[in-house]
Design a protein around this ligand. Structure first.
Ligand code: ZN
Length: 397
């Protein structure tokens, strides 16, 4: 391994620059995008930005090589999770290198990957690639992959779609072909209040909410017992969990309001929408009529807060074999956390895998870091990709 080469030093410098932009999901990523655009322009690589409505955050898209052919998307999110309440031993937004590790918020999740990709640009721009590389940098990934959607729509609308998307989330360069989908939901139960001594004339929102929670819990247990199961996952079945609840104002008032939230993590073959339809049907046909019999204004509203799209790429797909060759390994795996790969795969119709430097163990933690050895492995991975695209394009196209 050629540690300490100029190329590795370039990666480290750019990763450090990226960490210097405090792109917590709640803040703008404008400065980071301006930095990337200026950097790309130095090598005559044009880029566009798809801004959000407020113009505060954007997705960047840049193409190197023959744009009209099916190519490879290298995708990373620019946003990072907050540092508040975490015991950092230094400034999270000032990179520090110690004992072969680079510390800083976003070091592995996922400015490490973006830095390695950018460091490869001077060489990529010079090489006569037979298939293009697209660089995609998104925002608001940490808020449920909400930012990237405009970019995914754009990819979907391309006349010639890319043949592969590699999302560089920290997998220690393991090739990930599947992750769960699902979503997060809010339920608002409205009843009718009364003094607790007059309970039969009231509609107790908490008690009816509890009934619906019981139903959700039964569904969760049915999935745990009867499946479907996929032993490729640590938790082999789909899960449904109630995660928040509030309601009631006083010990002697029947509450007219209860709100709770729940989270579904479904195997890719389980349709989370169908689960929600069942929950909604139960609320409307079994619970609500009894509430309305006492108070016609009673209601149960189920809202989507976040939708998570699962990833289920065929292990035998030649694109997966291709990525394994680039990574120098033969295995693949499935992971519990969600990524933008599900959107690129399901919505844009581009075969997608997750493979990137650093470990998910370090993501979101205080003193987040990426090992320089991981940076180097990713650098070699991108270098092999470039050589492949220069020599023969994509072998399965
Ligand atoms: Zn991430």
């Amino acid at each position: 391994m050629s540690m300490g080469t100029k190329s590795t030093a370039d990666c480290v410098r750019i990763i450090g620059d990226l960490i210097g932009f405090p792109t917590v999901s709640s803040s703008s990523n404008r400065d980071l995008l301006a930095y990337v655009q200026a950097y790309l322009a130095r090598y005559d690589v044009a880029s566009d930005i798809l801004w959000n409505e407020e113009g505060t955050k954007g997705n960047l898209w840049a193409t190197i090589g023959p744009a009209g052919l099916p190519g490879v998307i290298l995708s990373g999110h620019s946003d990072v999770v907050p540092v508040e309440g975490q015991a950092w031993t230094g400034d999270p937004f000032l990179v520090r290198e110690m004992d072969g590790l680079l510390y800083g918020r976003g070091a592995c999740d996922m400015k490490g990957f973006i830095g390695v990709v950018l460091a490869a640009v001077p060489s990529l721009a010079k090489r006569p690639l037979k298939a293009p590389i697209h660089i995609a940098i998104s925002y608001d990934e940490e808020l449920g992959c909400t930012g990237v959607r405009s970019l995914v729509e754009r990819v979907k609308a391309m006349k010639i779609r890319p043949a592969l998307c590699i999302v560089g989330e920290p997998t220690s360069m393991q090739v990930i072909i599947g992750h769960k989908g699902g979503g997060m939901f809010r339920v608002i139960v409205t009843g009718k209040s009364a003094h607790s001594s007059l309970a039969p004339s009231a509609v107790n929102a908490i008690e009816y909410a509890a009934e619906l929670i019981g139903y959700i819990n039964n569904l969760a247990q049915a999935h745990a017992h009867f499946g479907p199961h996929d032993l490729g996952y640590d938790v082999a079945h789909s899960t449904l969990s109630v995660t928040t609840i509030s309601g009631g104002t006083a010990l002697n008032i029947i509450p007219n309001h209860c709100e709770f939230g729940f989270d579904i993590r479904s195997l890719p073959e389980v349709d989370a929408r169908a689960l929600i339809d069942r929950i909604r049907a139960h609320a409307e046909s079994v619970i609500l009529p009894r509430m309305k019999a006492v108070a016609p204004e009673a209601s149960i509203v189920i809202e989507d807060v976040v939708q998570l799209i699962g990833l289920a790429t065929e292990a035998e797909h030649p694109a997966v074999t291709f990525v394994k060759q680039l990574a120098g390994r033969n295995d693949h795996a499935k992971v519990a956390y969600g990524t933008e790969a599900g959107l690129f795969s399901i919505v844009a119709g581009v075969v997608s895998v997750v493979c990137g430097p650093g470990s998910i163990e370090q993501a979101h933690k205080p003193d987040e870091y990426i090992a320089l050895s991981e940076v180097e492995r990713c650098r070699l991975f991108i270098d092999r990709l470039a050589s492949q695209l220069e020599l023969g394009g994509l072998p399965w196209r």
